[in-house]
Design a binder for this molecule. Structure first.
Ligand SMILES: [Zn+2]
Length: 187
């Protein structure tokens, strides 16, 4: 009788404890990065491919000559996971944002440049999925209109003729063409 009670108590304790433990499953991403454009294909080697969540880099890799990548991370309480590329002469470009994952093992073959969805001629921001605060990036040297940034109010940069003026005239084939001032990202 006593044994039975102890066992029951132990089971209750176990169930109570485990109900508080959040089960996190590691997510594995892999695939290739390619382009039908020969010049872009050459630029892929050496690109820095990384995932950011909650303003922290949670996974990263450098693309080698195989042009394949494999990264993994343990999602915590982050709401959104942003996949970026950056490299010599190109800005940090947001490729895609994930709010949920289709599984633990995900194959994602990336073709550059990314063909972002467009609404009324404007590319949809891959993070907020909107176009209301997005504008095209203009590369020129010297900038036609010097962007004014007050109190990190990035919105101002977008308002100048409804264009975002890049700080440089370096415009590679992978360079971002759009800017979202809501998220302060280029894509
Ligand atoms: Zn956005």
């Amino acid at each position: 009788m006593m044994r039975g009670r102890i066992l029951l108590l132990l089971i209750i304790c176990f169930l109570t404890l485990t109900s508080f433990i959040a089960i996190t499953i590691r997510v594995y991403f892999s695939g290739s990065i390619s382009s039908t454009n020969k010049k872009i294909e050459e630029q892929i080697i050496g690109l820095h491919f990384f995932v950011k969540a909650n303003k922290k880099v949670i996974a990263q890799t450098i693309i080698d000559s195989t042009r394949n990548y494999a990264i993994s991370f343990l999602p915590d309480k982050e709401i959104i996971f942003d996949f970026f590329i950056t490299g010599f002469g190109i800005d940090t470009i947001l490729l895609k944002s994930y709010k949920t994952f289709p599984g633990e093992i995900i194959t994602w073959n990336i073709e550059l440049p990314i063909k972002y969805k467009k609404i009324a001629g404007k590319a949809v921001c891959p993070k907020c999925s909107k176009t209301d605060l997005t504008c095209p990036i203009i590369y020129n040297n010297p900038p036609l209109v010097k962007p004014v940034v007050k109190n990190k109010d990035t919105l101002v940069r977008c308002i100048v003729n409804n264009k975002y003026y890049a700080d440089s005239d370096v415009h590679s084939l992978i360079s971002a063409n759009w800017y979202c001032s809501r998220d302060n990202i280029k894509y």
